[in-house]
Design a binder for this molecule. Structure first.
Ligand code: FAD
Length: 517
């Protein structure tokens, strides 16, 4: 504090008052709302104004000649007085807070300003004391501080993520859960990922599920978030009357990754059951189709023989021979067997053409095959395109198709050196189409079989579950989606299957279904 003594000389009073009458100063002191006292150098009270009486309850006659310590509650630490007196003896003013006691014994907090009064010789002659009751102000400040501390403790202890974002997108409050997530994201602000960056980033919303993928190859994490706009009055002096407000967005997010995993597991399990059912029906269709195919050959020969026998009879003008009758009966019986088999072919279930994200379909196909992949010790190198446009597709058929291609790749890796087994799955956008590549490091397909593998019932495996209908089904599914299918051998060994499907606006799926059918 600088020198702040009050020089009480006639000259200086005139200079300060610029010709104002001296009694005006006395009137001002008398009528001041602040409790004012003037003491001698030992702090014995010489003068008190009416406000002193209002604040302390003491009349002037009660305190005149008494030390100011009369007001002391005796709970103010001695160091405070020591500091006050040190300032005064060095002719510096001092201000601080003391616990005082009124005449009626009630305590109050006094914000005291004391200053030395200096004469023309530079000597301190008196002390001037001014104080006001700040008990209520202190109570409010304490309450505010307590509230703030309580809120901070609750926010810090909360298991959910809490952050406050200002108008410029700066995150001005982060609780420990938020900071932990931020660390896991490599210092990326989670609030920016959860709120977005556009104009919608400043609006309230509730219970929005958000998936965060950018975790350096780690599995995605899910959060349910809500944002609430909160307003704060500007604390700056220049907006005291203008009432400016600042807007913040309070973000609260709860991690639901575990719940999502459980839901996903349940979904994959039901998909697995669905695919297994589809596969059983498919196998039945393939078996019956194979039986029809097998019957068709000899039946064609019998029909041809019957035709030859019929022509021979005609040339010789013979009546119907027993051979002809036998052939006729055999052909009839064969045709009847084929129509019975055709009638027992399980019907394909009609499914709607819906907007799909191929990454999700691939993820489902992988989810269904996970157990097999784990059992075979195969780790998939899964490289999905981060963003894929929607395609219109038959979800079940596409899922079954990709599962078939993954199964084929896993079959091809069977018997390979475990260290050389690799299976790579890629999705990308190519020439405006969504393309998927499935590559394996298996033995590949002999060049002469590269086209034959798409023929129904062609298989290089003997016995077992292999009916040779898998790639025929894949080809049919790609055709149904007006897509492109390519199968090649890789230079480094193994096969590369390449499926491209056209992109269609989601709202056009219905129209597109009519075009495809
Ligand atoms: P004290 O024995 O009075 O003083 C404690 C310490 O203060 C001493 O050890 C000494 O280091 C120092 N000290 C005391 N008197 C002097 C002195 N004359 N010169 C140098 N050092 C000294 N106190 C309140 O509690 N409430 C008030 O509202 C209040 N208003 C005051 C207004 C004025 C204008 C002045 C000058 C003082 C005021 N005081 C007030 C301080 C008061 O005079 C006492 O110093 C204080 O109350 C402590 O009293 P005490 O009896 O506990 O100790």
């Amino acid at each position: 504090m600088g020198k702040a003594g009050l020089p009480l000389t006639e000259n200086s009073t005139e200079q300060m008052g610029q010709g104002l009458p001296p009694h005006l100063f006395q009137a001002a002191v008398e009528q001041s709302p602040v409790a004012i006292s003037i003491t001698d150098l030992r702090a014995n009270i010489l003068y008190t104004n009416p406000a002193f009486h209002r604040v302390t309850g003491y009349e002037h006659c009660d305190v005149a000649g008494h030390n100011e310590s009369l007001l002391s509650d005796k709970r103010t630490p001695p160091q405070v007085y020591h500091a006050m007196w040190l300032s005064l003896t060095e002719q510096r003013s001092w201000s601080g807070i003391l616990i005082n006691r009124r005449k009626d014994g009630s305590p109050y907090l006094a914000e005291l300003n004391v200053a030395p009064v200096v004469d023309e010789r530079g000597l301190t002659t008196h002390y001037l004391g001014m104080h006001r009751d700040v008990t209520e102000l202190h109570r409010l400040q304490s309450r505010l501080g307590n509230h703030r501390q309580l809120i901070e403790s609750v926010i810090n202890a909360a298991p959910m993520i809490v952050a406050l974002v200002d108008e410029k997108g700066g995150v001005v409050l982060k609780n420990p859960a938020y900071l932990t997530l931020m660390e896991a994201l490599g210092s990326v602000e989670p609030a920016h990922l959860m709120l977005g960056t556009g104009s919608e980033a400043r609006q309230s919303f509730g219970d929005r599920e958000i998936r965060i993928d950018s975790l350096g190859g780690r599995p995605p994490r899910w959060f349910v978030c809500s944002a609430t706009v909160v307003q704060e009055r500007d604390e700056e002096a220049d907006s005291f009357f203008a009432q400016q407000r600042h807007e913040y967005l309070l973000l609260v997010a709860k991690e639901i990754t575990e719940l999502k995993h459980q839901q996903e597991q349940m979904r994959v399990n039901s998909l697995r059951a669905l695919v297994s059912e589809q596969e059983k029906l498919g196998t039945l269709r393939e078996t019956i189709s194979a039986a029809i195919f097998q019957l068709q050959g000899p039946l064609n020969m019998l029909t041809a023989a019957m035709g030859m026998e019929s022509r021979r009879q005609g040339e010789r003008h013979e009546r119907s021979t027993s051979l002809f009758n036998a052939l006729h009966s055999a052909v009839d019986a064969g045709n009847e067997a084929i129509s019975v088999l055709e009638g027992s072919l399980p019907r394909l279930v009609d499914e709607p053409l819906v907007p799909l994200n191929i990454n999700q379909v691939l993820r489902d196909a992988l989810g269904i095959t996970t157990e097999r992949l784990l059992a075979e010790g195969i780790v998939i190198d899964w490289r999905p395109s981060p963003v894929l446009p929607v395609i219109c597709g038959y979800e079940n058929q596409l899922r079954a198709m990709f599962k078939q291609l993954i199964d084929n790749a896993v079959d091809a890796l069977d018997g390979q050196n475990p260290l050389e087994r690799s299976l790579m799955l890629t999705s990308e956008i190519r020439d405006g189409e969504v393309c998927v590549t499935i590559e394996d490091s298996g033995s590949g397909i002999p060049e002469e079989n590269l086209l034959k593998v798409f023929q129904p019932f062609f298989t290089t495996h003997s016995g077992g579950d292999h009916t040779g209908m898998g790639l025929a089904m894949v080809q049919e599914t790609v055709n149904r989606h007006a897509g492109v299918l390519r199968l090649t051998n890789r230079e480094e060994g193994g096969c590369r299957v390449f499926v491209c499907l056209p992109v269609t606006a989601p709202q056009l799926c219905e129209t597109y279904a009519k075009e495809l059918s």
